[in-house]
Design a protein around this ligand. Sequence first.
Ligand code: FCB
Length: 469
Amino acid sequence: MNLRRIAKIAFSSLTSRPYPESPAQGSAPALADALPQGFLLGTATASHQVEGGNDNDWTDWERGAHPDGTPHIKDRTLSGAACDSWNRFDDDLACMKMLGANAYRMSVEWSRLEPSEGAWNEAAADRYLAWATRLREAGITPMVTLHHFTLPRWVATQGGWMSDRTIDLAAAFAGRVARRLGGAVDLWCTINEPNVLMTMGYLKGIWPPGMRDQRIAAGVLARLMKAHARMAGAVHENDKKDADGDGHATRIGIAHHVRIFQPASRSPVDKVVSGFMDALFNQALVDAHLHGRVQLTVPGAVDIDEAVPGLAGSYDYLGINYYGRDHVAADLGDPSLSRQFVPEDRPVSDLGWDIYPEGLYLVLKRYGSLGLPIYVTENGIADRSGMSRPAFLRAHFDALVRAAREGVPVRGYFHWSLLDNFEWAEGFEPRFGLFRVDDDSPDKKRIATPAVETFQEIARQLGLKPEAP
Ligand code: FCB
């Protein structure tokens, strides 16, 4: 056990100040002055959640149930045709134009491109390339995520992220995609939320492969970091084409989910447990980039400290996915050693997530001094009525602007999500879309929610031009 590291985390959790409740201040009369030239304003999606017709480890998981009989997906829905985005790119592009967006974060589906080991689906690669090209022609910068939670079945059955071989396979895949799409894509995201994948798939067991084991989980996080380093190397090697002529053929980062962990009480135990949550969930990925080492510590269970070649300095930018805050109380019986909850008096989303815009400001300030450009790669709210999203979007964007005014090098904001989509184990019930997808209409009509107007206002303030539908 690394006692020094444990003592350091415990000490800083005991001495840190509580998080403020104050709302994000300072709405921005002249956004264009506060934000840098070329600021990216866009939306984000992920292949499995929107494309439809996928066949991967998740489609298998969707059909199954936990040992106690509860279905893996809450409303028992399958991702199925999802938003049918695979066949409706024109509709999605029209939505982006209507928003006035100048960027789009999308992911490519590994199981589609490489349906079996070594096989390569040229037609699917052509389609992704055509999308990236058309986005660019429309003045929309594509950011392409290479791994957003799903694995091809053939990778999962070989052990998935529990096997070192997956690192090689992911690096080879990344290189191939970079070679194929590099002429239209400069902005890459290797892996979406390694910490969430670890937590949901390997600690809580509610996503595939359904493990609940601290040691396995820590091993998976370490492997994801190694994979990131290898994938970043492969993208650099294979994408030498500078699509937008800004002198950079590639800018590579990771989408890191950062949460505020608020100790539930003044008890030192709650504080220390919150500190370990923060160290493992928030800080480990950032330190990995700074020091080139994967260092993970859970007292009594996990002690990983390993140098990873290619990891130091492997982020050209830090992507931050921010959704809110957890109150944390110690619970030594749980594999995460804690219980996370939202106090009853807090405003929450349809999923019960704490709406805490101040947290985005705090997170941006925290990571603003790393010397890395920052993109908010995801931020959004489950809001079936669509009535809470405008205020949510405005308050979070204000928090971002406030951080930018104070010197944080924030270069973009991607709202999750363009469309209502398949929200993993929660099924289709939660609605995160700026556009609703009408499942009853034969062409899955995209219908604007009230927050489209809010997005358009921000776009106009940035000098962008939303198009009439
Ligand atoms: C993030 C995921 C994204 C989506 C949103 C709501 O953690 O990256 O795919 O599910 O949450």
